[in-house]
Write a protein that binds this ligand. Structure first.
Ligand code: 2AM
Length: 274
């Protein structure tokens, strides 16, 4: 079975074991050297950090089989933590979903933008959302507390609507790294975001250092080369109304990253009180 996993898979497995099953780092390194021969630099201490960052960039389905295989070897010091004591982290964020109207209009805009020979990673239509709070890697055991906190906040939030209008870039549209469409935020949206920020801080999540700037990311710029026609199209939409969204719930999303792009899966949808 070992032969069916690539070197990269085994990197992911080491990280999976180290972070989730509490294996000794030394045992992982020995296993890797034995399995991969040369080790490809994995013997260095920094391997742990490398594999952890690799792990967060691949979906669970990819590395779990390799991790499972590794756990069955005598090298895995899995006795130091029992099953479930070190839960798998889940990359998560809290967001508002968009209306069909806004999604359709943004799809139309994205279809035009994708024709341009620019190096931009455009957001897939099904992934478009308005982020309220990025949580990062969350221990699985903490998801229930997060959901409970969000549920209480949602229950106290009235239904409201926001308009999606205009375009912009971070840090700006002259040399943008992120391209977005704008959100005209009513006070209910800002109150909701502040309450989520405070609620998550109570659960131990670091507060956002920057002021909240509501936006819907449509693309991430990889190189300035070839960007001029993209910016020309965006300028035409400086004041375009892409539609409105009536918000009746908020969503806790799981984010699985892969080379093909992220997959966002709703973990919980928390309905508003009225
Ligand atoms: P943004 O693109 O709207 O700015 C899921 O990854 C979402 O979380 C992204 O759409 C991104 O919102 C937001 N986010 C905020 N901080 C992030 C971070 N440090 N890493 C990844 N995503 C982050």
């Amino acid at each position: 079975m070992a032969a069916s996993f690539s070197h990269a898979d085994k990197n992911f497995a080491t990280s999976a074991c180290a972070s989730a099953q509490g294996c000794e780092h030394k045992a992982l390194l020995e296993w890797l050297s034995a399995t991969n021969g040369k080790g490809d630099g994995i013997k260095s201490r920094s391997a742990s950090a490398q594999t952890n960052s690799l792990l967060s960039a691949v979906p669970l389905s990819r590395w779990l089989p390799a991790a499972t295989e590794f756990r069955e070897t005598e090298h895995c010091a899995q006795n130091s933590f029992g099953e479930g004591e070190r839960p798998m982290p889940i990359r998560s964020f809290i967001a508002l979903e968009l209306s069909d109207e806004v999604r359709a209009n943004l799809m139309q805009l994205l279809t035009a933008l994708r024709q341009m020979p620019a190096t931009v990673k455009w957001v897939e239509a099904e992934n478009l959302h308005l982020t309220l709070k990025f949580l990062g890697e969350v221990p699985e055991g903490q998801i229930a507390a997060i959901t409970e906190t969000l549920s209480a906040i949602a229950q106290a939030t009235p239904t409201f609507a926001f308009a999606v209008k205009g375009v912009g870039g971070f840090p700006d549209l002259r040399r943008p790294r992120v391209l977005w469409v704008g959100v005209e935020a009513p006070k209910e949206l800002l109150t909701l975001q502040r309450q989520i920020e405070q609620g998550m801080e109570r659960l131990g999540f670091a507060p956002e250092g920057r002021p909240y700037h509501p936006h819907i990311t449509i693309g991430r710029v990889k190189a300035m080369q070839g960007l001029a026609p993209v910016l020309a199209i965006l300028k035409e939409h400086a004041n375009t109304l892409f539609g409105t969204v009536t918000v009746r719930h908020l969503t806790l999303f799981r984010s699985d990253l892969s080379r093909e792009g992220p997959t966002y899966t709703p973990l919980a949808q928390l309905p508003f009180g009225g």
